[in-house]
Design a protein around this ligand. Sequence first.
Ligand SMILES: [Fe+2]
Length: 365
Amino acid sequence: MLRISAARKRRTCRVDILLPAPICSTAVFSQGENASDTTGGASVSIYPSGIRSASETMTGLKQSIIKGDIMPVHDREILTPHGVCHLTEAEVTVTLPGLCREYTFVHISDLHISASDAGDSDEEKERAACSEKFWRTQGCITCGRGGDEYVMTPLEANETVAERIREISPDMVFLTGDVVNYASLSSLRRAKEYIDSLGCGCIFAPGNHDAVPDAMPDEARRLAAELAGGDPEFQILSLSGFDIAAIDDSDIKISNRQLHRMQEQIKAKRPAILLLHVPLQAPAARAPVLEKWGPDWMIGEEQQCENNRLFLKLINDNKDVVRAVFAGHVHIATGDDEMHDGGIVQYTAAPCFTGFLRIIRVKGA
Ligand SMILES: [Fe+2]
């Protein structure tokens, strides 16, 4: 089953980024995600089909080295055509009273896929290459290769994570937005191919980078509609014993309908896992997010609309119903669990192209 939605509310802007001419002059980034520089010399290539060997070893369980993150993280070695790379594989358990069977989900976020095809214009190819080149400097996986180090392209890194997901074979993937860096036809196609390749269902909370501008060609709109779920504003997937709700909060605003639907969920006391792109304000995440991005990157900050604050309070006050929140956007992996007094149970993800994925076990209490 594929459940993925197009962005409902849009908030992208075109900003100049400083890249060596003539490689590229502009790229689309969301507010606050403007680049300052990138390194030269990296070619953009498409990852060969699959990983050459499934050889891997668990090199040890450790407490997270990611700022603000309290959950255990596995450093997982995977052999790729470029040598051994390391995925960062977090693992969390969500308990739900009365659950009859166990579920396994994988949470990934912020793939920022930037792809071009042979038929694209030179401008489109340059734009995709430029974006790949930028994100390659933002923490892509590094492989050892006979003493050399090879920094994967984001497409390669995302594909390496996909290979691991296929091996895990989860019940479903939670994808919390920014699947593309900007909504080109080629990037949307590549995003759909990526999701289809995972071999399981996917539920998607759109990100600010997933916006499809009105000027996009019909084929892109059709593709976006094909990818879209029935109700991007508030998707509900009902499983035995609980719901998964995916909300489009990519414009950092909770709508009246979203607030009302969540109030209904609480009133019904139906356990739920909530997926967002923009995370809720939470203790462990707040300090690193403020330091990295600034004050308007989480739902519920003081300067935001009242619905945001009401939504945050609703989730905070009803942890018995909303058992966990998974989000992206901030590009930092954090975990707020029951140890944080009065806080929500929320986990944010580092970008998929940095080799980050989170395994979620949902078990009966
Ligand atoms: Fe992102």
